[in-house]
Ligand binder design. Structure first.
Ligand SMILES: NC(=O)c1ccc[n+]([C@@H]2O[C@H](COP(=O)([O-])OP(=O)(O)OC[C@H]3O[C@@H](n4cnc5c(N)ncnc54)[C@H](O)[C@@H]3O)[C@@H](O)[C@H]2O)c1
Length: 346
């Protein structure tokens, strides 16, 4: 298909949807941006700042427009992900859905079938595959530098403001909401073998009283070829910056290892008013004057280009379903204190 400009819709312009909308509004392959947001104040502000062609409180208005090619589903709470995405796919829109893919495997299966039947591009936004440090791990596996994978560890902690924001809207675990990014990334690195067993433990000390959710979850996954990896995800850090995220990554192979510091302790802002903070440390990243720091701009452009230039999406729906299956197994395992075998019964 020849290159052409596309029209893009964004449903939900909160923290993430606003970033997506602004990246799209500035991209030369995007002709027009259309937004749907149920909060009238956000709708008016983001609509104006992105020069949106349509700004509506009813997302179905976007789906009725034949000229919209692609939609980003960025709404919360996460119970909205499946019904809104299903509507987008039924309206034959290429769709990027923010993680998590849905809340049950049946929802994932239904969305995958709809996308396949209508030959639509359908992907999930995990962002971290578009972090250059993470991409370097994948590249070092593909070019043989690391040899055969042996084991991997990702430990991620985010600030309590994120735990409170998520816990305030829905009762989902750190596995489903946080570890999901890193599970997607490690599974991508381990392509060619599949997960067979999951063991997880949760800790309840801070968030339980207010939200009924754990503070952190540790998840160990065993692959069919014997490789094992561990992901730790927590959302109980004191504030270090609004939506602060810190991660440590170790990837060990038969011929080499990569030890990655994604802790965001490389820039310290110290002010009389706020003391020391660690700016530019959020997971999706943020706009800094004329440049963007972080992976979400690249992921957004990747999806725009996939639709406009008819290229494959990097995260397939089948891969996202596998990620979801591990997060669901992790919740089951943490609850029953037993390892859980995959595949899960649906
Ligand atoms: N990949 C990443 O790095 C990353 C980081 C943070 C969040 N996320 C994911 O992105 C999603 C959005 O997170 P957020 O922090 O922006 O949430 P948010 O709550 O700030 O924004 C969501 C917006 O959706 C709107 N909304 C709800 N129902 C709607 C509807 N029916 N139609 C239109 N708008 C509707 C809300 O009013 C709100 O403004 C979440 O599901 C989260 O899991 C991804």
């Amino acid at each position: 298909m020849a290159s052409r400009k596309i029209n893009v819709g964004i449903i939900g312009t909160g923290w993430i949807g606003e970033i997506r909308a602004k990246v799209c509004a500035n991209h030369p392959l995007v002709d027009s941006v259309h937004i749907a947001e149920i909060d009238p104040a956000k709708l008016a502000r983001v609509g104006e700042e992105t020069r949106a062609k349509t700004a509506t409180t009813d997302y179905r208005e976007l789906l009725r427009r034949d000229d919209i090619d692609a939609i980003f589903v960025c709404s919360t709470p996460e119970t909205t992900h499946y019904p809104i995405t299903k509507d987008c796919l039924l309206a034959r829109k290429h769709t990027l859905l923010e993680k998590p893919m849905g809340l049950a495997l049946q929802e994932a299966d239904e969305m995958m079938t709809l996308a396949k039947k209508a030959s639509l591009k359908f992907t999930i936004g995990y962002t971290q595959r578009f972090n250059p440090k993470y991409a370097y791990v994948k590249q070092s596996l593909l070019n043989g530098t690391l040899g055969r994978p042996v084991t991997a560890l990702v430990s991620r902690n985010v600030s309590r403001s994120i735990g409170n924001k998520i816990g305030g809207r829905i009762r989902l675990s750190p596995a489903v909401m946080e570890a999901t990014h890193d599970i997607d990334f490690i599974l991508w690195c381990l392509e060619g073998t599949k997960p067979v067993r999951v063991y997880a433990q949760s800790v309840y000390r801070i968030m339980e009283q207010a939200h009924g959710v754990p503070d952190c979850q540790w998840i160990m996954v065993t692959m069919e070829d014997g490789t094992a990896f561990t992901i730790g995800a927590g959302w109980a850090l004191p504030p270090g910056y609004p939506h602060f995220s810190t991660a440590t990554l170790e990837f060990v192979g038969t011929e080499g290892a990569l030890l990655i510091d994604d802790s965001h302790r490389d820039i310290v802002l110290n002010t009389m008013r706020g003391g020391m903070t660690l700016p530019l440390s959020t997971m999706p990243g943020e706009q800094v004057a004329h440049v963007y720091q972080g992976p979400m701009e690249a992921e957004t452009i990747h999806f725009v280009e996939a639709v406009a230039l008819d290229r494959a999406v990097l995260v397939t729906p089948e891969q996202a379903r596998q990620v979801m299956e591990i997060t669901l197994a992790a919740d089951l395992s943490a609850e029953c204190h037993q390892p859980v075998s995959l595949p899960l019964q649906t």
